[in-house]
Each structure stands twice: as structure tokens, then as C-alpha cells.
Design a protein around this ligand. Sequence first.
Ligand SMILES: NC(=O)c1ccc[n+]([C@@H]2O[C@H](COP(=O)([O-])OP(=O)(O)OC[C@H]3O[C@@H](n4cnc5c(N)ncnc54)[C@H](OP(=O)(O)O)[C@@H]3O)[C@@H](O)[C@H]2O)c1
Length: 94
Amino acid sequence: MNIGIIGAGNIGATAARLFADAGHRVAISNSRGPESLSSLIEEIGPNASAVSVEEAAGFGEVVLVAIPFGRYETLPAAQLADKVVIDATNYYPG
Ligand SMILES: NC(=O)c1ccc[n+]([C@@H]2O[C@H](COP(=O)([O-])OP(=O)(O)OC[C@H]3O[C@@H](n4cnc5c(N)ncnc54)[C@H](OP(=O)(O)O)[C@@H]3O)[C@@H](O)[C@H]2O)c1
């Protein structure tokens, strides 16, 4: 399965490793851009790629959102409209 991941911190990076190890293809994004994820991609291996947030939303049949809740308004909502979205966020408005 193709899985898009928005947020590459504790939750996003850990889920990416587990999804890739299970044989899924993951496209991972963060706020700083794909170039900042090169070491993570190298570590995970060929099932992983670094992309923009919009590309992660478009790539996944399933999309994991793992960003600070307070940033939710930056998400590309229209691209997520027909997707299964796993929302890992906790409600900490700040
Ligand atoms: N840690 C836990 O045990 C845990 C458990 C359950 C739920 N959660 C929830 O899961 C979410 C993520 O937690 P975490 O611990 O993984 O956070 P984290 O380690 O701080 O990572 C946050 C990630 O989100 C990215 N990000 C921030 N703003 C973004 C935006 N506007 N667009 C795209 N990416 C953005 C960051 O990218 P940059 O570094 O490039 O800014 C970073 O990769 C939070 O809502 C948290 O409450 C966490």
C-alpha cells in the first residue's frame, strides 16, 4: 500500500519505519522540505521517499497526519478529502 506521512518527528518517523518494514511504500514530509529528511530516508531504505506535504497527501491511499495540532490549518485539506486519514494529533492548541 502507498502511505503518505505528514510530520516526520517521533510519531511520523517511527510509523514510517514500521510501515516500510512491513512492505508498504511511504512518502514522508515535514515543514522544512524533503532535503531535510535525507538521513531518515537513507536509514529506512528503498520503500521510503521524501516529498512535500502536498505530494505526501497525493501519494497515499492512507495518509498519517503527525504534526503539532496547532498547525492543522496548513494541511492540504482538499487533497485529503477522499483519503483515509489517520490523525495522530493530540489536542494541544498551542
Ligand atoms: N510523541 C508521542 O508520544 C505522541 C503520542 C501520541 C500523539 N502524539 C501527537 O502526534 C503529533 C506529532 O507528535 P511528535 O511527537 O511526532 O511531534 P514532533 O516530534 O515534534 O514532530 C512534529 C513533526 O511535524 C512536522 N511539522 C510541523 N508543522 C508542520 C506542518 N505545518 N506541515 C508539515 N509538517 C509539519 C515537523 O516538521 P519540522 O521538524 O520540519 O518542523 C516534525 O517532523 C502531535 O500532535 C502529538 O500531540 C504524539
